[in-house]
Ligand binder design. Structure first.
Ligand SMILES: [Zn+2]
Length: 289
């Protein structure tokens, strides 16, 4: 859809907040790692075993998580339980550390305030994610919302800029374009692409509801349906051979009709009242001029 400058700014602000929290998380991680590395180096930590006290002597290439490896004690002279206690772990973890439970835990090398900030930032990121989603939901074109045409789509007979209407149809065309059908207060229908409209209200006011006078109730039996149209036989009238096709886009109570015929066998025809615009009723000969 066409985002308003306000919505674009809201997205930009949220994304900037997310980016700054992410950057600060990485900064804290690096501070902890740097602190650990300095202490490890200053107390002559053993680089051979990274302060773990064991080394891998054999591993199969078949099991990639390292769970089949063989280990032995660190052979480095001067590497003992005491020196390792003094140096602590080198701030690097590999797959063997996962198996041997000798992982360096970065939060132990954070200051208390860094640790608080680091862990609360996870919650802040989650809530920013929700906020971002709600901006998206608010701006998303959905049935029943009030939208305004902001630019003329290149498709033929597309709605003019400035047309405001209630979305009564929203879906993908045969060419993969997301299209929108909107109806103004006069009951006029307009068609355009989703990319051409902006949501101006989450629910269209009552004035955008189809008035009963603008609808012709067609009493009929529905005998076939496709994604585009239904085939009807009108009651008490002569019908063209094979029935009459009415496109879904012209059916004013499409939701209701869909519901009525969903999952039913249409072989003998399902009786229904299909609301259509008077001009169509005239064109099809149901209603005389
Ligand atoms: Zn060692």
């Amino acid at each position: 859809m066409h985002y308003t400058p306000e919505t674009v700014k809201e997205f930009a602000d949220i994304d900037a907040s997310i980016a700054s929290i992410e950057a600060r998380k990485i900064e804290i991680e690096n501070l902890a790692k740097e602190r650990r590395l300095q202490q490890f180096t200053a107390s002559n930590g053993c680089d051979y075993c990274r302060g773990r006290g064991w080394v891998v002597t054999w591993d199969t290439m078949d099991i990639l998580d390292g769970s089949a490896a063989d280990y032995s004690d660190c052979p480095e002279k001067g590497c003992s339980a005491e020196t390792r206690k003094a140096s602590g772990l080198h701030p690097s973890n590999n797959r063997y550390d996962y198996n041997r439970r000798t992982r360096w835990n970065m939060s132990e090398d954070m200051t208390e305030s860094e640790r608080d900030e680091y862990h609360t930032s996870a919650a802040r990121l989650v809530s920013l994610g929700y906020a971002r989603q709600s901006i998206y939901d608010r701006a998303a074109v959905r049935k029943g919302k009030l939208v305004e045409v902001m630019r003329k789509s290149r498709t033929r007979n597309s709605a003019q800029v400035g047309v405001v209407g209630k979305v009564f149809w929203h879906g993908v065309s045969d060419y993969g374009t997301v299209k929108v059908g909107l109806m103004d207060t006069e009951g006029q229908k307009h068609w355009t692409t989703e990319a051409s409209v902006t949501v101006i209200s989450q629910t269209a006011p009552k004035s955008y509801e189809q008035k009963y006078e603008d609808q012709y109730p067609l009493l009929c039996k529905i005998t076939r349906k496709t994604n585009k149209a239904i085939c009807v036989f009108t009651l008490g009238k002569s019908n063209p051979l094979g029935g009459e096709w009415i496109p879904w886009s012209q059916i004013l109570n499409a939701d209701q009709v869909q519901e009525q015929i969903s999952g039913t066998l249409l072989k003998d025809g399902k009786p229904a009242t299909v609301m259509i615009p008077p001009w169509l009723a005239k064109k099809k000969g149901y209603l005389r001029e």
